[in-house]
Structure formats: structure tokens, C-alpha cells
Design a protein around this ligand. Structure first.
Ligand code: AMP
Length: 308
């Protein structure tokens, strides 16, 4: 019997104020580590590294634990939890960040427990790139380091981001961020430029249009799954990343982190993210089980299964 390798995830745990076309939702629990940990725990054991303030609900930590997430490296610090506010356009595609308050993340120094440092798969979720690098300093020799980031850090911390990128094997960003990071509009040329900065594989998320993977073998595409009801896109990227690393870790022992495994993981990340957007906040990713994801992977495959 093959064992499932664990995943270490660092990222934000947050309160989000979401202005959606359907209404405003304040103090929604979110954050890159929250979404990614719920998502990855559908497939394997997760070890989360983050900081929350005194105001963060204990029942969210309990809910993570019931899904096999180890929470001992989620520090509860004096002060307020990270906070983000965003407004979506009527089409639910465009998004404007209204406010970002680092709060307890401003002074956070992650401490990686010894057993966490042995994790073979690492997800550096969207957070300050210096924090992402310091987590890697506490890890022995990971087989696969997957990183996420966003325009906030591309604009605000380009040097620290550049250092982190040298240590990442896979970078997951959206098309707008790829253009911003490279300064190149053409997505294929932008991908080639970014892959020279460290990551051997670049995944570009294109929202409802799916995702593209660029590596030395070539280009691989997964379509977005057309949903009837898109409720809240917040956390879709983090859920994609969590589903992606969860799948890789669960298949690491048997298949290795090969180009083929990463291509399969694209399907599982896409399927996981498609659930996330069907509910507000983490509502639809928190109860996810692998049979739900498997069923949706089959639906996504059927989209391009043309009888010969
Ligand atoms: P996504 O929709 O996948 O881009 O992720 C949205 C989540 O990222 C929200 O729950 C926010 O709390 C979190 N977030 C937004 N901005 C940042 C930031 N600068 N650093 C870390 N997390 C962030």
C-alpha cells in the first residue's frame, strides 16, 4: 500500500470583506492558507504554518483539524487577524482590492516544527515573499516547492519575490500577474521569461477559462468547468493551488513529481477551485470530499472527449 505524503502550507489566514454583485459579506473567514489547507486536505495530510489574531474563531481551526490538518504551527498572536477587502465587478471576473491590513502578519516569524520541515511537498501560499523564503529555510530537502503570489507583492516586494522565485519549482499566478511580473504582454513569452527566473514550471490561471501549464516539455491546458452558479470567486486561486499540491503529494510515492503528475494535478486543482466559487468564502471547499472532486474531474475530461 502506498502512503500519502504530507503537504506543508504557509499563507494568510484572514477576515475578508467581500463586495459581491449579490451583496456584501463582512468578516468572512478567508486567507490563502485557509482555502489551500481545506482544499489540500481533501487528498492528503496537511501541515499549516500561519498566524491568527486574538479575534480569529477557534471553530475554524477545529474544522481544519477534523479534516486532518495539523494546526500546531498556526500561531495565535496578540493583535488583529490579517484583513483584506475586495470588490467584484458585475461579471464576477474583475476585482479591485479595497484594503489590505497585515496586522499580526507584520511581525510574524514562522517557526517550523522539525517534523513539518521534513515535508516533501511545500505550498508557499500567497503571503509576503520574505515569509515564504523563511519557511523554506526551515525545510530540509523538499521534492516539490510550489509558490503562489499576487500583484500586491509583485509591485511592493519585487526583490524579495525574486529571491523566493529562485527556490521555487512551480509558480502559480494569473495572466495579469504573469504580465506584470515579466513586463511582457504575450503570455507565452511572459512564461518563458518567468521560467528563467527559477521555477521550471509555470501555471497561469485564466479564471473561468481554465489554466495553462508551461514546462520544458511544452504547454498543457485544462479548460475551466462552466458552472451554472458562480457565487464568489474569492479563494479560487488558493483552492486550485491546494488541490494541485494535495494531488501531487497523494501520488508522490507511486508516481513522483513528474511532468505527468503535474498535468494530472492541473485537472484536480481546476476541479477543486470550481467548487470554491459555488459558495461564499470557504463554504463549499470546507466540506469537500475526494469523490466530489473525482466526479468533477470526469466532467472536465468529458468537455474535450471527442469520439473519433
Ligand atoms: P484568491 O481569490 O485565490 O486570490 O485569494 C483570496 C484570498 O487571499 C482572500 O481570502 C484574502 O484574504 C487573501 N489575500 C488577499 N490579499 C492578500 C495578500 N496581499 N497576502 C496574503 N493573502 C492575501
Amino acid at each position: 500500500m502506498t502512503t500519502r505524503a504530507p503537504v506543508l502550507i504557509v499563507g494568510s489566514m484572514a477576515f475578508d470583506d467581500l463586495e459581491l454583485p449579490t451583496g456584501t459579506f463582512r468578516n468572512t473567514v478567508g486567507g490563502s492558507a485557509t482555502y489551500a489547507s481545506f482544499a489540500a486536505s481533501t487528498f492528503t495530510e496537511v501541515r499549516t504554518v500561519a498566524v491568527v489574531g486574538e479575534d480569529f474563531p477557534q471553530d475554524v481551526l477545529r474544522s481544519l483539524e477534523t479534516r486532518g490538518v495539523q494546526t500546531k504551527a498556526i500561531e495565535r498572536a496578540a493583535g488583529k487577524t490579517f484583513r483584506w477587502a475586495g470588490r467584484y465587478d458585475a461579471d464576477l471576473v474583475g476585482r479591485t482590492t479595497l484594503d489590505t491590513q497585515l496586522n499580526v502578519f507584520a511581525d510574524f516569524q514562522p517557526k517550523i516544527p522539525a517534523d513539518f520541515g521534513e515535508s516533501p511537498v511545500i505550498l508557499l501560499g500567497n503571503i509576503h515573499p520574505a515569509l515564504q523564503s523563511s519557511v523554506l529555510d526551515g525545510c530540509a530537502s523538499p521534492r516539490l516547492v510550489v509558490a503562489d503570489t499576487m500583484n500586491f507583492w509583485i509591485q511592493g516586494e519585487p526583490a524579495k519575490l525574486g529571491e523566493m522565485l529562485k527556490r521555487a519549482h512551480v509558480l502559480i499566478i494569473n495572466d495579469e500577474e504573469a504580465r506584470e511580473l515579466s513586463g511582457i504582454h504575450n503570455i507565452r513569452k511572459a512564461a518563458a521569461d518567468i521560467r528563467k527566473r527559477g521555477p521550471h514550471t509555470l501555471i497561469i490561471k485564466r479564471g473561468e477559462h481554465g489554466a495553462l501549464l508551461f514546462d520544458e516539455v511544452g504547454i498543457f491546458a485544462v479548460p475551466g468547468f462552466p458552472l451554472e452558479d458562480v457565487v464568489d470567486p474569492t479563494g479560487a486561486g488558493d483552492s486550485f493551488a491546494g488541490g494541485f499540491v494535495g494531488y501531487v503529494a497523494a501520488h508522490l510515492e507511486k508516481n513522483g513529481a513528474t511532468e505527468r503528475t503535474l498535468r494530472h494535478a492541473m485537472l484536480y486543482g481546476t476541479a477543486t477551485a470550481s467548487f470554491c466559487v459555488e459558495g461564499v468564502g470557504t463554504a463549499k471547499v470546507e466540506p469537500l470530499v475526494s469523490s466530489d472532486v473525482e466526479a468533477r474531474v470526469a466532467q472536465i475530461r468529458a468537455l474535450f472527449d471527442l469520439p473519433r
